[in-house]
Ligand binder design. Structure first.
Ligand code: FES
Ligand code: FES
Length: 163
């Protein structure tokens, strides 16, 4: 069994198959960007992309995503290898305070913009509806996603993340 994370295929041992996916990523692969907040699938903080679809992983095991492509926040990069324009937009808009919701929020927004590069603000609000943020009041997050949409509308889809 293997799992592909940020473009790299990792073998999964018998012991790791039933390990919690969030612990496998954080402890075994040292990908600590993914956060565990509620632990029951309710808040969205642990959201990753699996085959480009947002998935809350705090209730998942490694074997649940075997054979699929997983993208964590560490795999989201700009074309030059630096910050992705969506990450930069979050910084520019002041859409990050404690940062605990941010990796899941950014990945949810990334998946949304891949499929909808010209969203209305109402569509953006709906897209992030189930990612909870206790700090920002959401306005700056919507501003950031709206600003980053310009990038998704102009760059070929294959270049929109480096995974
Ligand atoms: S930590 Fe997974 S949904 Fe809250
Ligand atoms: S920035 Fe603190 S929960 Fe969103």
């Amino acid at each position: 069994m293997t799992i592909t994370v940020n473009g790299t295929e990792h073998p999964v041992s018998e012991r790791q198959r039933t390990k919690r996916l969030i612990e496998f990523l954080r402890e075994d692969l040292d990908l600590t960007g993914v956060k565990n907040a509620c632990d029951v699938g309710a808040c969205g903080a642990c959201t990753l992309l699996v085959d480009e679809q947002p998935l809350r992983i705090c209730t998942k095991q490694v074997q649940d995503v075997a054979g699929h492509r997983v993208l964590t926040i560490e795999g989201l990069k700009g074309i030059d290898g630096g910050l992705h324009p969506l990450q930069q937009a979050f910084i520019d808009a002041g859409a990050i305070q404690c940062g605990f919701c941010t990796p899941g929020m950014v990945l949810t927004a990334h998946a949304f913009l891949l499929h909808n590069p010209r969203p209305s603000r109402a569509e953006i609000r709906r897209a992030i509806y189930s990612n909870l943020c206790r700090c920002t009041g959401y306005q700056q997050i919507v501003d950031a996603i709206e600003a980053a949409a310009v990038f998704y509308g102009t760059v070929p889809r294959t270049l929109s993340h480096q995974s």
